[in-house]
Design a protein around this ligand. Sequence first.
Ligand SMILES: CC(=O)N[C@H](C=O)[C@@H](O)[C@H](O)[C@H](O)COP(=O)(O)O
Length: 229
Amino acid sequence: MLLTPAQLESLRGKLIVSAQAYPGEPMRLPQTMAQVAASAVIGGAAAVRVQGLADIQFTRSAVEVPVIGLFKDGHEGVFITPTVHHALAVAQAGAHIVALDGTRRERPDGLSLEQTVRAVHERSGALVMADCGSLSDALAAAEAGADLIGTTLAGYTGERAKTDGPDLELIGQIAAAGLDRPLVAEGRIHTPAQARAAVDAGAFAVVVGTAITHPATIASWFGDALAAD
Ligand SMILES: CC(=O)N[C@H](C=O)[C@@H](O)[C@H](O)[C@H](O)COP(=O)(O)O
C-alpha cells in the first residue's frame, strides 16, 4: 500500500491542487507542472493531482505529499485513464492514487469498472479515485470497489447540468448516500468560498485546478470582466 489509511485520513477537509496544462499550451512540460504542484504545496495543498506519466514522475520527485495521477487519452467519451493499461501505467509512474473514469459508460478495453479497480489493487499498491458524473455513477463506483469518489465529471457526461460553480447538489446527494469512503469535490471550484461550500455540503476534500494553476483561463476571467460594460 503506497498510502496508508492514516495518510488518506489526513486529507480530510483539505485542499488538493490539480496542475494540468493542455495540448499545445506553453506550460505543458512535466518539470513545469511539477514546479506548479510544488508551489501549491507551499501554499497549503495537502495533495496534488497531475496528468501524464512524465508529470507524475517529476511531481513525485518535487513534492512530499500524496500524488493523484491520471492519464488523459483524447478529450471526449471515456478519456480519463480509460483502460487498465493506462491505470497500471499511472501507478507504475508513482501515483499514490490512480484517478480514472468512474462513470457507467462502456470502457474502451471492454472491462468493467470493478475489473479495472481490482487490477489496480492487485497489480500495484495504489488506491483508486473514481471520477464520477452523477449519483448513479458514484453508487456504482463504490460497489465496484473504488477507494475515493470524485465529482470530477459532473457536467461533462450529459447526466448533470454544467453548473457555473461546483455541483453542490450532487456533492450533497453523494454525501447523503453514506458510501463510507472519501468523497472528493472536483470541478469548477473557482473561489475559496466555493471550496468551503463543497466541504459544508459533505465533501471529504476539495480539488481545485483551473482557478489556481491555469493562468490562461484566470487571465481571461479578468480580461472579460474589464471588457464588460
Ligand atoms: C472534466 C475534466 O477533464 N477534468 C480534468 C480532470 O482531471 C481537469 O481538466 C480539471 O482541470 C480538473 O478536474 C479540476 O477541475 P477544475 O479545473 O474545474 O478546478
